[in-house]
Design a protein around this ligand. Sequence first.
Ligand SMILES: [Zn+2]
Length: 75
Amino acid sequence: MDFISMEVQILQDKQVCNLCGKELDFFDRQENFTIHTRIGYGSVHDGDKVHLQFCCDCFDKVVAMCTVSPIEEVS
Ligand SMILES: [Zn+2]
């Protein structure tokens, strides 16, 4: 395991937000805004794995950055 893999592993264990670095609290963990997948072609990270997780605040920021909203409003 190289240094970067170890660092990623440590971050996963601690469950910190990838965007702001905050340790995820109870509510963040409950919402579970995570993406865990292997990256295909078309990215500079071809073939790598992604472990992306956000706190509630950063999830809202990421949604606000989207041109096409990923949110389906349920009323
Ligand atoms: Zn965050």
